[in-house]
Design a protein around this ligand. Structure first.
Ligand code: AMP
Ligand code: MG
Length: 472
């Protein structure tokens, strides 16, 4: 059987202002590391043999129907506007409409230089490719909207970072790669016609019921509000919430310096370049609002009556903190076993979180232990848990089946930072067993898997990952 991808491309049909036509740059010796057969089926792909998959997903052979291009966008990076970014190391092969009727992009990342590469080499090394493969698929299994991983290929070529490292290409799948930054660039340049076209395209593709630019803004605000609340519930720190990494679809994108909390602290930062803690765990809701405010600013540029538009957009953005808070509250209610809503619930939740922060409690293991463990053991001072447990038990008495709810809401397994680092080290040494094991276990994060108990353990002192790095 030969590989068949039923391309149905819409972005390539837009005018050239949106992208640069760009073919991937072939690599020396492609070797297939992973192919996500379930996702391929969803996309309507008929896979070929391993050799052919390696050729195609390394960018050496273009599959029939592909119309490769690199997308143009800009964005605020750590609050500073960068007037031009764009896919500096990515090529969109095209789109398919999946068996579920959803249109998705198929994009190679690490496939060589493009007109938007600036100083970069257009390549990725193995570490970030495997990291994104494992974590994005784990996020999907956790029920969090995310880009996904279709394939990973080793290139057989070194890439030069601080030292030579094995090169790799990731095939990323997304509902689209439209970002806040895609709107910003045309707004900043005063290309109003292009901005209008983009708005119409985004509405048609993602939110067909949205009414005009303000309808789109509202829909993106809602999707991002739900997403951020889900990140908070999973203990996920994105780490680089720049506006070019904020999707219109509401999917998580860019797994560069991201990390899951081990012990809980709202100020936790992992990214080595986030010196100010701008993207700390607890700041994610306010940053998401900031990003949506940038989208509002861009969208307004096409509105005929600026004053009314500013008024409307302001109201839409100002409602966002409340929406995130509501979504956060319902997620954390479920995490402590509450299916119903009562007035004191928020106090109960924040009381627990404060005690966890003061007692270095492991975020994932503490919540899971509420359902089927001994949560007090997670606290440096177990009495701190006991001091909360009484109120909680009293509240639980009014719930029908809190255990079941908590087991469905609180995962056993997350991709812990130290396991990701260990997996990458093994892969560099040629051993892909940890990579495959993580994928298998994390595909069922809510199901206890006794043979994988070691993956629930927080890092030992010498395993702690002090900082994460952007995937360049
Ligand atoms: P990221 O940190 O992945 O969000 O990337 C930010 C910007 O830098 C995007 O425009 C990327 O395309 C670009 N970029 C990152 N790494 C590279 C690279 N190795 N070569 C070229 N461009 C890159
Ligand atoms: Mg990015």
């Amino acid at each position: 059987m030969t590989l068949h991808i039923p391309f149905d491309n819409s972005y390539a049909a837009l005018p050239p202002a949106f992208y640069a036509r760009q073919t991937p740059t072939p690599v020396q010796a492609p070797r297939l590391i992973a192919f996500n057969a379930d996702l391929a089926r969803l996309l309507g792909i008929e896979p070929g043999d391993t050799g052919e998959l390696a050729q195609v997903f390394a960018g050496n052979r273009l599959p029939a129907g592909a119309e490769p291009l690199s997308q143009l966008y800009s964005g605020h990076q750590f609050g500073q506007y960068n007037p031009q970014l764009g896919d500096g190391r990515a090529v969109l092969l095209g789109e398919t409409v999946g068996t579920d009727g959803i249109r998705r992009d198929i994009q190679l990342k690490g496939s060589g230089r493009t007109p938007y590469s600036r100083m970069g080499d257009g390549r990725a090394w193995l570490g970030p490719v495997l990291r994104e493969y494992v974590i994005s698929e784990a996020m999907h299994a956790l029920g969090i909207p995310t880009t996904r991983a279709l394939a990973a290929v080793e290139t057989g070529e070194p890439v030069i970072r601080e030292r030579p490292l094995p090169g790799a290409v990731l095939t990323r799948v997304a509902r689209s790669h439209l970002r806040v930054g895609t709107f910003q660039i045309f707004a900043a340049r005063g290309q109003t016609d292009t901005l209008e076209q983009l708005t119409a395209y985004a509405i048609a593709r993602h939110y067909p019921d949205a009414d005009g630019p303000m309808g789109l803004l509202t829909a993106v605000r809602d999707a991002q509000s739900r997403l951020i609340a889900q990140w908070m519930g999973a203990g996920f720190i994105h780490g680089v919430m720049n506006t070019d990494n904020c999707t219109i679809s509401g999917e998580t994108i860019d797994y560069g310096p991201c990390a899951f909390l081990d012990s809980y602290h709202p100020g936790r930062v992992y990214s080595s370049i986030d010196h100010m803690g701008r993207y700390a765990y607890g700041r994610q809701p306010e940053i998401a609002v900031w990003n949506i405010a940038q989208l509002a600013t861009a969208l307004i540029r096409q509105m005929p009556d600026t004053e009314t538009a500013v008024e409307q957009a302001t109201a839409i953005v100002h409602a966002m903190p409340g929406l995130i808070h509501d979504a956060w509250l319902s997620i954390f209610r479920a995490k402590i076993g509450l299916a119903s809503a009562e007035d004191g619930d928020e106090t109960l939740i924040t009381d627990l979180l404060n005690r966890m922060a003061e007692n270095q409690a492991d975020f994932t293991n503490t919540f899971r232990a509420l359902a089927d463990g001994t949560p007090r053991d997670q606290f440096t001072d177990p009495a701190a848990f006991d001091g909360w447990a009484g109120d909680w038990q009293a509240r639980l008495a009014r719930e029908p089946d809190p255990q079941d709810l908590m087991r469905r809401t609180n995962p056993v397994f997350i991709p812990r930072n130290h396991r990701i680092e260990q997996m990458i080290d093994a892969a560099i040494a040629g051993d892909y067993t940890p990579f495959e094991r993580l994928n298998t276990v994390l595909a069922r994060p809510f199901t206890p898997q006794p043979e994988a108990d070691d993956l629930t353990r927080p890092p030992l002192p010498d395993e702690v990952v002090p900082a994460t790095f952007c995937g360049t």
